[in-house]
Design a protein around this ligand. Sequence first.
Ligand code: ATP
Ligand code: MG
Length: 428
Amino acid sequence: MSTSSISSIRGMADYLPEACEILEQVETAIRDVTDIYGYRQIRTPIVEKTDLFSRSIGEATDIVEKEMYTFQDRNGDCLTLRPEATASCVRAGIQHGLLHNQTNRLWYLGPMFRYERPQKGRYRQFHQFGIEAFGWTGPDIDAEIISLGTRLWEVLGLEETNLEINYLGSGSSRLNYLKNLKKFLKSRSAELDDYSQNRLETNPLRVLDSKNVTTQKVLEDAPEILDYLDVTERRHFDKLLKYLELTSINYQVNTRLVRGLDYYTGAVYEWKSNYLGAQNAFCGGGRYDDLVAQLGGSDLPATGFACGMERLVDLYNQTKSIKKRSGDIYVVMLGTAAENVGYPLAETLRRANISTICNCGGGDIKKQLRRAGNSNMLIAIIIGEEEAANGQLTVKPLRSGDQQLTVAQNEIINVLRLQLERETSFFR
Ligand code: ATP
Ligand code: MG
């Protein structure tokens, strides 16, 4: 049998404790903000039937054509690790009867899988936090969701998040636009990159998303989708922009903004940040009014966004609001008499919500104090034979440099609470 070490799969990261602590801070902010806005959590399986994604995301998209982790299970069923969660939310909503003439404000958070070329901000297993709202047609709900996002960036202390917004239109206005876009792209096809020449026939809207510089240049002359909206669509878009202005949310209309999935039917938007490098969009969404019916449900309007957690955490790491987390107490025990006091004391502290580590593995006082210093605890409690016999404890502050104190066992909690507050301010 081989004894060589096994590494993780390319593009799939481990989150070590320090990274988990930061992730947790972001997740806490998400829980708080979604709660304040009245959204409720939904969790769906990470594996679904492949059809769910090919029918919703669209056959002629990068995701379905080449990015899905698809396999047959032992029963021969064709399954896929979810590349996104909107389709799953719709599936679950239909299956459990949530989407019958009802309204729902939902959020989710979890891992997604796409077989992409791994690079900064782009992984094969990544995480998305997302919002889905079902049952409202008007721009009021889109504005609400955008304001929820904006509030979250604010809570996390993110700077310079730029909101770009566009309106895709559906039905005849979309068809009419696509016809003209295709005509234009064909007339300039020689100047387009290979990928765009390919997409021109199957999914011309995707060409607008090309990162190729020469294609970008050609697109400057392309027809603009906003000129093709019908009266209702135009009114929707204007109303949405009005709502944003009402709540002082800055935005920029970007007439070439499209999204990577086919199901969008109205307003679409993306938040970008200059602090992210090449993968500069960290959250995107919009309206997808046809998806519920398309997946076998009733004719129910829907809208939402998905936010990449890795990119969000990257931005959060660059802010000043990031907090390093410390624990509280390290218990140094020297001998059996000390352990007889120390172990019950540790339980008392933990019950009082003071986080406590007891020294493990023995050692003399020097060794135990070195371990205490290397831990992320703020205070050491030292129990020697003398302390054990006298009903006393030695409290040694580890960060502030304050003098150590001798404290009676029955006063320990009050003393610790005061000293912990002081130590926290010295913890880097
Ligand atoms: P991109 O243009 O960067 O490929 P996308 O349009 O494919 O993004 P969506 O499918 O709309 O993205 O997903 C929403 C968000 O999820 C993105 O804004 C991004 O933050 C994140 N995301 C998408 N794919 C990945 C990935 N492979 N790795 C990390 N985050 C991702
Ligand atoms: Mg993508």
